[in-house]
Design a protein around this ligand. Sequence first.
Ligand code: SAH
Length: 353
Amino acid sequence: MEKLLQLLEELHAKGALDTSAWCTLFAAGNNEAFRAVAAEKARKLTLERFGNGVFVRGIVEFSNYCVNDCLYCGIRRSNKKTERYRLDEKEILECCETGYAYGFRTFVLQSGEDRFWSTEKLCALVKNIKTQFPDCAVTLSVGELPEEDYRQLFAAGADRYLLRHESASSEHFSMIHPANQTLATRLECLSALKEIGFQTGCGFMVGTPGQTVEHLACDMAFISSFKPQMVGIGPFIPHCDTPFADAPCGNGELTLFLLSLCRIMLPDVLLPATTALGTLLPDGRMQGILAGANVVMPNISPMEIRSKYTLYNNKNSADPGTAGVLHSELQKQLSLIGRQIVIGRGDYGDRAC
Ligand code: SAH
């Protein structure tokens, strides 16, 4: 235990570890007592930085059309069973209006890579949201685009961008993506986003088929060197109409442990307790908060379309209600663990309360 505690100290002090140290830590993730120590340390750091406040973001899943064919994802192009939909600008603005009334001050616009929603159209949408809700932040999560398009979206007023790197090992990246998608392109996109000035989020799934501890070490080393403002880590959950339909779910405890390690490594990072974690584990989001997360992203999409944005099986079980119901449920759950929702944008560097 002594050696492991030293590694946590080293991770905090240096913000980095070498591969063998990462692998030692991951092996110790089987030890419940050690996971609890890491969670405690991560939680303490979170409370020091952010007080008892938790940032919320309303997520609008505005289209499930996608040109990509990621092997893990339920809305991949080859899934002919997915009923495709896209919201129009008016419908998206209505989601923001409802979300605003409940206290959301960040809207996350997420979709498949839908070419109908061109950069020009997205820019117009972002400008309209920022005009109508000047005190709100807009986060985009619409995949890989040319650098010039990212620049236009930033100029239109988008504040943040989420693009998980999915796997920082090119060998593993190509096991979970078709050949036309490469880690090199993904990393170029991430560098461009950060350089342009977006608060940028990377991240990965825990337990995707073929993932080893060495791959996880690679992911953590990448996050350490990239220094993103946000990191999304959630368990892999299979979708029945993908090539990975029969693969097992990622491990929830390991996911929580990785959240703790991420907080210890990057104390200021915006770290969500993800929907996938909430789907896999009962009370997963609250466990995520207790392990060092400080962000929750409830779904504020129209109820009618939610069942169609199925990245993985049972996705909507984590978010069964309207924006209002989710907000008050969340408030209730957070108060049970001594935490509370912050009404504010929750930018990188903000102290919650
Ligand atoms: N098209 C956008 C949004 C992708 S969906 C983009 O490419 O960034 C958002 C995230 O959901 C993905 O980055 C992926 O990490 C996660 N995801 C997709 N399928 C999943 C699955 N089966 N289990 C868990 N998470 C999944």
